[in-house]
Design a protein around this ligand. Sequence first.
Ligand SMILES: [Cu+2]
Length: 292
Amino acid sequence: MIHVTNNLANNGTTIHWHGIRQNFTNANDGVSAITQCPIAPGDSMTYTWNATQYGSSWYHSHWAMQAWDGIFGGIVIHGPATANYDHDLGSLFLNDWDERTADQLYELTDVGGPPTQQTGLINGTNTWTGSDNVTVGSRFSTTWESGSSYLLRVVNAAIDTHFSFTIDNHTLQVIASDFVPIVPYTTDVVSIGMGQRYDIIVTADQASVASDFWMRAVPDTYCSENSNPDDIKGIVHYGGEFKSFKLALSSIASPKLTLLARQTVPAHQRLPLGPSPKMTATASRLLPSSPT
Ligand SMILES: [Cu+2]
C-alpha cells in the first residue's frame, strides 16, 4: 500500500509501478487517463497491489514527461538471491540528462527527432561543463570495504539512452534481470535498456591495484546521441564503511545538475510546472516480501 500526495503546484500526476503484475488490481497501475484520472495538485491517492514477484524495479510518474524530470524512485521486493553477497546497496539509477526540461526537449522532438542529450547521471548526480566553460555538479561515489561483496540493483531510467554499465577492473556477476532470477553469470559489461533492471554482485577484490575505480554508464550511441558519452562516471572508493545508495536530491553540489523535478523547474508554456514542484511517495522504497 503506497500513499501518494501530489505537491506539484500546477500539474496532475500518477505513479506507475514499473513491471508490477496488477492481476485484479488494474486500477492501481498508475497510468494516467488509462487506469485512472491524474491526481490533482494537493490531492492524495493510495495505491494497493500484491507483491507476487520479487527483485528490483522502480516507480515513476506516468503523466506526460514528468518521469524524466525526476519523479521516480526504486522498488525493492525482498526474496531469495541466486548467489551470495555481503551487502545490499540498493537501487542504482542511470539517467541521460539535459539542462532543458524533458518538456522542452519534447517540443524539439516533434520537429527534429530525439535531440542529443548533454550528459548523464549516476544516481542523480554527475559533473558537467556547460557552454560557459564552468564545470558544475559532483560525481556519484560509493565506498567499499576490501574483500566484501555488494549487490547493486541497476536501473536504466533514461528517456532515450541504452547504457553499457561497467566498473573498471571489476567483474560483474549478474543474478537477476527485471523480476526474473537467473543462473548467475559473470561479465565485464552489462547492456541495459530503458526501463530494465539488473541485479549485479560485485566483489571488492582489487585493493592491490588501486583505491579508486571508475564506474561507467556508457551510452550506446548507435541508438541515440550524447555530447559526453565518456563522462557519465561515478567513483568506487576502497577504504571504509559502505553506505547504501541514495538517489541524489537537490542537496547536490550544484543545483544546476540534478534531476530537475527535485528542485525548481522553470515554468514552460506547454506544461507549466510550478515554481516548487515536490512530490512525496511514502512507504514505496521498501515493500514487503510477497507471501508465497
Ligand atoms: Cu515504467
